[in-house]
Structures are given as C-alpha cells and as structure tokens.
Ligand binder design. Sequence first.
Ligand SMILES: [Cu+2]
Length: 343
Amino acid sequence: MAKLTVLLLAAIAASISTASPLKRQTKCASPTVRVSWHDMAAADKKAYIAAEQCILKAPAKLNKMPGAVTRWDEFVSLHQIHALQIHSTGQFLPYHRYFLHVHEFLLAECGYKGAHPYWDETRDASKFTASPVFDPTTGFGGTGSGTGACVQNGPFKNMTVNIGPGFTTKPRCVNRQITDFLSSLTNKAAVTKALAPKTYEEAWISIYNGPHLGGHMALSMMNGDSITSPGDPLFMLHHGFVDKMWYDWQMQSPEKRLTEMGGPNAQDPAIGFLEFSGGVEQEAAMWGKPTAAMLAVTPNPHNGDPGNVTTLSHIMSSLGIIPDATVADVMDPAGQYLCYTYK
Ligand SMILES: [Cu+2]
C-alpha cells in the first residue's frame, strides 16, 4: 500500500515536471495578502514576533556561512556574502524580493503561517518614533541607546547577532537609532517621486536612492551598516515596504513591467554603493573586505547572466537555505514561483 502511494506520487510529480513550461504562465491560485504592520491582527503580530525570536535563537543548520552560529546568522550572512552584488545593481529589487522569500521559509520553519508583513512607512513619516511598529509589547521595541545603540526594550533586547559589522563576524546586540526628521524621506511625496520613472532602468535607482535609503538612514539598523543591516529584524518590515514600492510600480503597467529588467549587472568599482562616495576602495576602509572564507562560498556574480546588464536569466542563490531562483521567477509576486499580493 505504502509502496503504491509512493509510485503514484512519483508518477504525479513526473507529470507535473513535464508540464512546467505551461505552469510558468499560470497565476498562483490563492495569494497571501501582505498588509502593513498597522493593520495586522494582534494574534498575527504576536506569532510573527515569536517566529523571529525563534529564528534568532535556533542553531545554524548549513555549516556553510562563515561565522554563523544561529539560523538568523545564516540569513544575515547571506546578505553579507552577496552585499557587493545586490546593491547598486539591477538585481537590487529582485534579490531583495527573493531574500524576503527566504525569510518566509525561515518563518515557516519556526511555525509562522501568516503573510509576510511590511511597514507602510508613509503613515509614520516624520514621526517614526511614534509608530506602533516600535511598541515594546506588540512590536519590535524602540530605539537603541548607549554604547552600540542596543535596543533597550521589546522582543529583541539582549539578543545576539554574530554576523557583521561589515565583513567581520563578531557578536553584537540587535541595535538601531531612530531619527524622526530623517523619516520624512519615506513620506507619500517621496514615494510618488520614486515611482515616477517610466523604465526599470531608472525606477530601481529612484526607489533605491529615495525611500529605501531614507528608511535606512532614519532607522540606522545595525549601526547603519549596509552589509549586515538585516541583523535587526526590523529590516524585513522596511524591505517589505521597498518590495511593495516595486510591486506598485509594476502594477501601474503590468503587461510591460512584470517582465522588465535592466540596470548594471555588477557594481562599478569607481562608484561602489550609491549611498557613499569614493567607490569600493574607500568603502572597504569602512567595512573591510570579504574574507577568504566568505569568498569561497560567494556565488559567481554573473551566475547565468554574463552581460553588463541584469537580465531575467540571472540566477540568485541563498546558499542552500532554499533552492536558487532566477530573476524571472520573482518578477510576478502572484505568478508561479511566488504567491502574494499587497494591500
Ligand atoms: Cu540589502
């Protein structure tokens, strides 16, 4: 009986895989709906925070990411290892969408079954500190203070992240520093401006330099470190907001924009990160350089995509946390690979 079931399942699996070219075009049947933290049910908030705490405490599983002690470290390490490929390049938006999907997988490992939240920062622009996001009981806890700007209350107080700063791997607290006046950079006018360009080539930059950087500056997560800022779980709410901006931009003209990709396929060494002047060498003075152990596990930055411009064929990796995916896979949040929408 059991053997027969296995055979049947194998037959079904085989028929599905041969049908995959057709499946690609199929929309997912029942997408999860990502809502802003403001609108999340209290029970969902509680379950989400509990799952984040669980990931932060769970032991590492892959024995691959240098310096990773916990499951959370492995996730943060992924961003550290890819940092020089996924910022200031065309794959900035697709990789961070994939990164959120990896996060969804880790949340599920820790029992969370709801949709991935985002933070509609426009609602709290200019007054971030008053946001329900920072509630010490139902949210992420407030701003940090003192040496290292460690969070002083809430669910992530006294928790340790072992990845960072920069390209080092040293234990440190979850930390952030909220600056209200900088949070005006995520207001409605800033979002409208960021979504105004007509081509992907321009839109990814206006989103990157606009509310994306604005939020990072106003929150200064993990000492404002561009390499390992996902160490603060708040990062995932901010990048949910960034992903929603791309989604909203795509939905203004879905026929065109759900397949439109572009932008440089590698960081220009003379420019490096858009947020800092001086290029990669000067930035290395701030963050150091990837260690030999990190380089040994860093995927080819041109994986599946040899040209100078980022294309749909670009392969994105999570170093085995979940299978690799292409940029094409993540273009439509409610396509075949991903299955969500935003409200
Ligand atoms: Cu990033």
